[in-house]
Design a protein. Structure first.
Length: 287
């Protein structure tokens, strides 16, 4: 499946960073009435514009952020599209690129949002104008001068947040460990013995290291994470998805590579992060 890469091959040059003129004002930011926490750099006023740390505000929406050579690339999953935003430190615009599917083919559109205050580094954090960022995500921004607070309102149906992404991953991705055995009657018999040993209490991982013919296990000792259609062998995939977490196949599973004893294991947080971009694309585009 074609994957959208966050690192767009763009060469955009912007002007120098503006001189920062910050006011010592404590600013609160609320996203659909939920206060946004900024762990290491609070929002601030620069040239009469509310500036916020880029990563914190995007992640509050459920977007992903990746850095490359002084530029931030953000991916946000929205119904029918994946929206990518590129922001360069010192730059005075945001490049917006939407990826969609039309008749099964990928289509991209591009636009820009002009920043009246450039993105700039403050205490090691890239600060961006809050209004421009929120409007790039189809949100309404309201400033309350009395309380020095910003209220952002957006329709949750217009963007897939972290909770929805995690639910999608939990429902569509699994993680398995397996023991690959030779493609022969002897391999099948050995698989039956291994399954019996596991059911009698023998540690699966110990048997995996002892008998496995899969050289990739050394690099993936915790298991393989995948979704439907990625394995390349329907028998293996069907058997794996039929298991509950902690369960082992009752019989060796035959594939083109040999016989497999498969155990399904729980997804860990790092697994969610490893597949998040792909899952966002599938969730948004229905792939």
């Amino acid at each position: 499946m074609r994957k959208i890469c966050l690192l767009l091959s763009l060469c955009l040059l912007f002007g120098c960073v503006s001189v920062v003129s910050a006011q010592d004002t404590q600013i609160s930011v609320f996203l659909n009435a939920q206060r946004v926490v900024f762990p290491d750099q609070e929002p601030m006023l620069i040239s009469d514009r509310t500036m916020v740390p880029l990563r914190a505000i995007f992640e509050a929406y459920g977007c992903m952020v990746e850095w490359n050579n002084g530029a931030a690339y953000t991916a946000c999953a929205m119904p029918g599209r994946v929206r990518l935003l590129q922001i360069i430190e010192g730059g005075n615009q945001i490049l917006v690129r939407d990826y969609m599917l039309e008749n099964g083919k990928e289509k991209a559109t591009q636009s820009t949002i002009v920043l009246d205050v450039p993105a700039q580094n403050v205490n090691g954090r890239i600060m961006v104008p809050l209004r421009a960022i929120s409007e790039a995500l189809d949100a309404e921004v309201v400033w309350n001068g009395i309380t020095s607070s910003v209220n952002i309102f957006y329709d949750k149906g217009n963007i897939y947040g972290l909770e929805q992404q995690n639910q999608f991953i939990a429902e569509n991705y699994i993680k398995v460990q397996h023991i690959l055995l030779e493609n022969s009657d002897a391999g099948k018999s050995k698989g039956e013995i291994i399954i019996h040993q596991v059911k009698q209490g023998t540690n699966f991982e110990a048997l995996m290291y002892e008998h496995n013919l899969d050289g990739g296990v050394a690099k993936n000792p915790e298991g393989y994470v995948f979704t439907k259609g990625e394995v390349g062998d329907q028998s293996f995939e069907d058997a794996a998805f039929a298991l509950n977490v902690g369960q082992v196949t009752d019989q060796p599973v035959k594939s083109a590579k040999g016989y497999h004893v498969i155990q399904r294991v729980a997804l860990e947080q790092e697994d969610y992060e490893a597949v998040r971009l792909q899952a966002m694309q599938k969730l948004a585009l229905g792939q």
